[in-house]
Design a protein around this ligand. Structure first.
Ligand SMILES: C[S@@+](CC[C@H](N)C(=O)[O-])C[C@H]1O[C@@H](n2cnc3c(N)ncnc32)[C@H](O)[C@@H]1O
Length: 301
């Protein structure tokens, strides 16, 4: 069985601190944080994970997944959608780590694997890797220097929420493989940003590990632990991540449970179909640092 994180499967690998599910507003955005001092300490722990180097990188913090790993994990059709991009198109990978997936797309071997679109692709789509921390490698610098100007970009030191469309522009494809979608404390703002960076017709491909899938029936992967990301309504009833995504206006969503992974994954394909996107607001109720963190949100009425 595949293990997406490489992390040992024990619940103890997550840093445990339970937070009280009261909320208060933080920052200039509508981000919400549990009204507990521990939230700050969880955020600091999470920050240390992002900035970890060498031996201090936690075993579960994987930063070098290949494009083949992306194709395997993301929704069916992602690889064909990527292969169909031409030189005027753009791909953003949120939470790119070392940017290995983008490097693989730029490699000659990619054209051998996807020969049918090679001529139309020409010099390939522009690709932007985004990461909080700078994990560029010598391979990245070499490929970026060999490609045309601005063909390959690596953005770091900021989170997705800190960029505006006026600065980044829009993209035909946005991916996120255990990046910001798995790590953010503000899923509402995250999806507002993602949809603003998509062209109309553009697609967001992402996954979450260990969540209640649309094709329900699955239980939390770790004994006596909750799902890794959960949403509840104000009455305490469970809301599936897939249902919440489907309640966003102006998008079409498909959700695919990938049972072969340990923990199981749900893959999401969110296609923007019009511009009046409205994301139903979630409030953060619990955040526990980890790879990725454990999160609980409450859907506001
Ligand atoms: C576990 S690594 C995954 C790297 C890569 N996708 C892979 O599969 O190898 C998490 C990545 O997400 C990034 N990240 C987390 N939250 C983010 C956010 N809100 N905006 C941008 N990047 C984020 C981290 O900086 C890091 O690059």
């Amino acid at each position: 069985m595949r293990n997406l994180t490489g992390a040992p499967p024990a619940k103890g690998t997550r840093i445990v601190l339970l937070l009280i599910a009261q909320v208060l507003a933080i920052g200039a955005s509508h981000a919400q944080a549990p009204a507990n001092l521990n939230f700050k300490s969880e955020v600091s722990k999470q920050e240390r994970i992002y900035r970890s180097e060498g031996d201090s990188v936690p075993a579960g913090y994987t930063v070098d997944r290949t494009l083949a790993n992306y194709v395997d994990a993301l929704s069916t059709g992602f690889d064909q959608a990527l292969a169909a991009l031409g030189p005027a198109d753009r791909w953003l990978d949120i939470g790119a780590g070392k940017g290995q997936a983008i490097l693989d797309y730029y490699a000659i071997s990619y054209d051998l694997s996807y020969p049918q679109g090679r001529e139309r692709r020409g010099r390939k789509a522009n690709a932007v890797a985004m990461s909080i921390e700078d994990r560029r490698t010598a391979d990245w610098s070499f490929s970026a220097a060999s490609a045309g100007p601005n063909q390959l970009q690596y953005l770091f030191n900021r989170r997705l929420r800190e960029y505006a469309v006026a600065e980044l522009g829009q993209f035909q494809i946005i991916t996120d493989v255990i990046g910001g979608f798995s790590y953010t404390a503000d899923l509402t703002l995250f999806m507002e940003k993602v949809t603003s960076f998509l062209t109309t017709g553009g697609s967001f491909y992402s996954i979450l590990q260990d969540v209640r899938a649309e094709a329900a029936g699955n239980q939390p992967y770790y004994k006596d632990a909750p799902f890794l990301t959960e949403i509840a309504n104000e009455a305490g009833g469970e809301v599936q991540i897939c249902s919440w995504l489907k309640s966003i206006s102006c998008v079409q969503v498909t959700c695919e449970l990938k049972k072969g992974w340990r923990p199981p994954l749900e893959a999401f394909h969110v296609q923007k179909v019009c511009n009046e996107v409205k994301v139903p607001a979630l409030t953060l109720a619990h955040y526990e640092a980890g790879t990725p963190p454990e999160r609980r949100f409450v859907l506001k009425n």
